[in-house]
Design a protein around this ligand. Structure first.
Ligand code: SAH
Ligand code: DHB
Ligand code: MG
Length: 217
């Protein structure tokens, strides 16, 4: 039932888009993993970025640029998406896709381990971020969230992908680094009084997973 419902909702809310179809084709042709956001999730980020009037967005984990194009489309002409990617092959595919999508002027793709890129941005930001999307190596989720919370304006939105992992984040062992890193991020989101957070659990094509939404007070 949920897959029929997904088809119905996608047909309405995420109708065929030649640019996005080309992005997914390019990702497959380059042999990239199919771990981008679902169409409905990507649209949700786009809607939220519009709601908060985001002008400066940070994304950690670019892959082929699928979520990034949605975020960039929500930005005003003078807005900026900084997106971080460790894998040069992914970054090459993403850069070409940002150009095809006509958003390259708003997107700055920074290569290398995200923690290093974040460190390099310390003290160099002209303005804090309005929105941060965390979707890279899960072991560093708490580190990414800590950095994001410190570099966001009041009222900003931070979103973390894959916080449920088929229930593993609730039931799995802390010896699994992805579980431990994600649990640490959720505990930080819940326990820091500067943050107000919730989790939306989702079932879809990628199985049972979820997104954490955090408002910076
Ligand atoms: N946000 C994308 C999907 C990202 S998949 C979308 O929905 O379209 C996760 C990406 O994070 C992969 O491309 C992977 O190479 C990248 N990644 C993994 N570890 C990283 C790190 N330490 N620093 C930066 N990027 C990393
Ligand atoms: C994986 C990573 C993701 O960001 C995702 O959304 C799904 C799967 C992974 O590393 O397997
Ligand atoms: Mg993800």
């Amino acid at each position: 039932m949920w897959s029929i419902s997904t088809d119905f909702m996608e047909s309405l809310m995420a109708p065929p888009d030649p640019v996005l179809e080309a992005v997914l084709r390019s990702a497959d042709e380059a042999g990239l993993p199919r771990i981008y956001l679902s169409p409905l999730q990507a649209r949700m980020l786009q809607v939220l970025a519009g709601v908060i009037g985001a002008r400066r967005i940070l994304e950690i984990g670019t892959l082929a640029g699928y979520s990034g194009i949605h975020l960039a489309r929500a930005l005003p002409d003078d807005g900026k998406l900084i997106t971080l990617e460790i894998d040069d092959k992914h970054a090459d595919v993403a850069q070409a896709n940002f150009e095809c999508a006509g958003v390259a002027g708003k997107v700055e793709l920074r290569r290398g381990p995200a923690l290093e890129s974040l460190q390099a941005m310390d003290g160099q930001l002209p303005e804090p971020f309005d929105m941060v999307f965390i979707d890279a190596d899960k072991v560093n989720n708490a580190n990414y969230l800590r950095w994001a919370a410190e570099h966001c304006r009041s009222g900003a939105l931070i979103v973390i992908d894959n916080v449920v992992r088929g229930g593993q984040v609730a039931t799995g062992s802390d010896e699994d680094p992805a579980v431990a890193g994600t649990r640490a991020a959720l505990r930080l989101a819940a326990g820091d009084e500067r943050l107000q957070a919730t989790v939306l659990q989702v079932v879809g094509r990628k199985g049972f997973d979820g997104l954490c939404f955090i408002r910076v007070r």
